[in-house]
Design a protein around this ligand. Structure first.
Ligand code: TNX
Length: 550
């Protein structure tokens, strides 16, 4: 006879044992879908607290990353051992292997679950991180004592070398903790680039030592517009708004991103979008005697003066500031903006007109190119290459400049035909600040309609370029998130999820493996549970709102 105590005791044991052994998530749910998955019908590898993470020295930081992520996701806290060190015998391992022999592409990884081990092979940080992200997708998002991962062999690498997400931190600023979270979101989705839009008319968001008024004046605006910028009459909230990231905070983000395989492209937007700059230093404007305010509304183009004047003080400023920022960021590329430079203010300014004559420039477009070339020169002195929005092609530009095209196919084709590498970031469908539904009650967005299927079906390489064998000029694509109408981190998530997940598959997976129906299945079964696990908001009505739905 069992005593009551024993009965209760065994009941407790049964209850406790429910989460002890969890079945792995299905390999069929991995998103973005991998290049090759070979399921082996044989067995499985059990990962429990006795398993070890064994890493080659190149991947020490990624081993810690895996340890941390796995512990947060499942409660399994596995010990770490460098491959060279003596270690206690363990029955199972997760091995992070540096391998330049079998891994023959950049950012590639293989993931093998077989025998007693899970093995990830890569030859660069990106590849290892993506292998880890895939592995983490095979674990459940709940506390477990042990997971059985079925034997499998995965071989995976990206379709495009540039896979970016942008974030505007000017119109609204987001805390450093959220910037890190955003980087985690990028890394999960196997993106490799975070484009950080740091300056604009409505504020400077990066600490600058050489020109301190950029922060004391330029980082703050008196108030912020309420509602859409076209609403009449315009209404303002009456609350001072602003701030900037210190250099220490930026370094913290750079370190965080580097462990996770993410490069950062900082953007300082010139020679337009410079209202915050001229508010701090009016001598750099076409009306040096004016007291400018940092912009409090949106959509300044041709409506309010926001351009730099070509004068010696301005070029001194640009050289000093761009070089100061270049010293902070360890990457190859630097974004100098160049979008929406209104020619109107230069036309009205005698100093600018004289400068155009003195330098034998054709017109205001030539002046814009002059600015770009000057800054490109300052950055070249620091070993950097430049990226600019496609409008910088209005003039004749050196071929090493990378073009970020927010126009359509036409602009992309024009840039590639002129021999520039191009990142496609067309307003339709890759502006995630545009609506994802036509529901009049949907949360306020700028305009436009970019539902999930438009993003998923987007093809970065225009057919015309493929026919002319110029497709290699398209190095990838990026979605942009302008923050005029994005006042909270929850709204950022709402606007990017699930569209960013769709873009990740456009950029990572082989074209022939894409399947929107299966993608939506994976969204429902595996990705949305991730958003929930992260505590992230997302747009839930993506089935209902499609390109057909007018
Ligand atoms: C145009 S696209 C801009 C941004 C705005 C955005 C709103 C581009 C390079 N410039 O300054 O925020 O439209 O969608």
């Amino acid at each position: 006879m069992l005593s009551t105590f024993h009965r209760i005791f065994s009941l407790v044991l049964i209850l406790l044992s429910i989460p002890v052994l969890a079945i792995a998530q299905s390999v069929d749910d991995i998103t973005p879908i991998p290049v090759e998955v070979i399921k082996e019908a044989r067995g499985h590898v059990s990962i429990n607290k006795n398993a070890q993470i064994v890493f080659d020295k190149q991947f020490g930081a990624q081993a810690e990353f895996l340890q941390e992520m796995l512990a947060a996701q499942t409660g399994l806290n596995l010990p770490l051992y460098p491959n060279t060190a003596a270690k206690p015998k363990a029955s199972h391992h997760i091995r992070l292997v540096f391998d330049t022999k079998t891994i023959d592409k950049a950012e590639m990884y293989t993931l093998t679950v077989s025998g007693k081990d899970v093995t990830i092979r890569a030859k660069d940080t990106g590849g290892m991180v993506y292998g880890i992200q895939t592995l983490l997708q095979l674990f459940p998002t709940k506390q477990v004592k042990e997971v059985k991962i079925p034997d499998v062999r995965i071989k995976d690498y990206p379709r495009f070398g540039y896979r970016g997400m942008h974030l505007d931190v000017v119109r609204h600023m987001f805390p450093v903790e959220f910037i890190k979270k955003y980087i985690d979101y990028l890394s999960f989705h196997k993106f490799n680039t975070f484009h950080w839009h740091l300056t604009d008319d409505q504020g400077w968001r990066i600490e600058i030592e050489s020109y301190p008024k950029l922060n004391s004046v330029g980082s703050w605006r008196k108030e912020t517009l309420i509602g859409h910028f076209k609403d009449q009459p315009a209404r303002y909230d009456g609350t001072r708004y602003g701030g900037y990231y210190t250099k220490d905070e930026i370094l913290e983000v750079i370190n965080y991103a580097s462990v996770r395989g993410i490069n950062i492209i900082p953007e300082i937007d010139i020679p337009g979008h410079s209202r915050a700059t001229i508010a701090a230093y009016p001598e750099l404007s076409t009306r040096p005697d004016t007291t400018w305010n940092v912009a409090t509304t949106w959509g300044m183009y041709n409506r309010q003066n926001n351009v730099l004047q070509p004068n010696p003080a301005t070029f001194q400023f640009l050289e000093t500031v761009f070089q100061e920022v270049a010293d902070l960021f360890p990457y190859e590329y630097f974004h100098l903006g160049g979008d929406e430079t209104s020619k109107k203010w230069w036309k009205e300014d005698s100093v600018s007109q004289q400068f155009i004559k003195d330098h034998n420039l054709k017109d205001e477009k030539g002046l814009q190119t002059y600015f770009v070339e000057q800054v490109a020169g300052y950055l070249a002195a620091k070993g950097k290459k430049v990226i600019g929005w496609h409008e910088i092609l209005e003039g004749d530009l050196s071929k090493s400049t990378l073009i970020m095209n927010w126009g359509g196919e036409k602009e992309g084709i024009a840039a590639a035909t002129r021999g520039h590498q191009v990142i496609m970031a067309p307003g339709h469908p890759l502006y995630f600040d545009h609506y994802q539904s036509k529901d009049p009650n949907d949360s306020l967005a700028i305009h436009g309609y970019n539902p999930l299927d438009a993003v998923y079906n987007f093809e970065p390489v225009p057919a015309a370029l493929r026919e002319q064998k110029l497709d290699h000029y398209i190095i990838g694509a990026q979605a942009n998130l302008w923050a005029e109408y994005i006042g909270s981190t929850a709204k950022v998530e709402y606007m990017v999820f699930p569209r960013m997940t769709a873009l990740s598959e456009v950029l990572w997976s082989p074209q022939e493996k894409k399947d929107f129906t299966d993608f939506k299945r994976r969204l429902r079964t595996a990705v949305i549970p991730r958003y929930t696990f992260w505590g992230a908001k997302y747009f839930p009505h993506f089935e209902q709102w499609t390109m057909e739905k007018k």
